[in-house]
Design a binder for this molecule. Sequence first.
Ligand code: PCA
Length: 218
Amino acid sequence: MATILLTGFEPFGPDAVNPSWDAVCRLPEVIGTARVVRLRLPVEYDRASTMLAEAVRRERPDAVLCVGQAGGRSAITPEMVAINYDDAALSDNAGVQRSGASILPDGPAAYFTTLPIKSIAHAIRQSGAPAAVSFTAGTFVCNHLMYCLLHLLQHDFPAVCGGFIHVPFASAQAALHPDAPSLPLDTIVRALEAAVRVSGEYLAAGCGERHDAEGHVC
Ligand code: PCA
């Protein structure tokens, strides 16, 4: 059985909750062909990526799927790419603010996800939630974590797949963000369950690209 390491974040900014962790917590321990191992991460550039690297070395997962909140988005968005750039007006939870800093000065400009995000987005929509592939994970802690994860995997664990999914606000946050879209937490949980199921199937199939009837990657 494959092991998938799933991470979510603690709350940050004005929010008392973060639906990424709240949803990850509610997932069952076994989903399809995969066993789920969970990790709650701080919203801190450096500590989040260090804790994730430690967990990858400890747990030896077959895939790593990190989840974060993207307030203002209306859909669940598997991320295509992480860029080598930290830049946010908001400070992280350790009080660190970064303006246009490279994550790794000698690292590549970007890393692409190694999870089948088109299939994941499709499966999420079938679970009843809106989903779309995203081509920016932002320039705050989530992008930083995804970049550091994919760098670690490429260099030290090339057989391990990695990716990131942003989720909208949960309905419980709507009072604090009346003009932003939100989804019921149950819907986010079902969506992540679908994402893990597809990732497990992808691992079980040997990580080959999937193609639809017309030969397009899906
Ligand atoms: N979202 C932030 C960081 C933590 C989280 O859940 C982001 O999108 O960078």
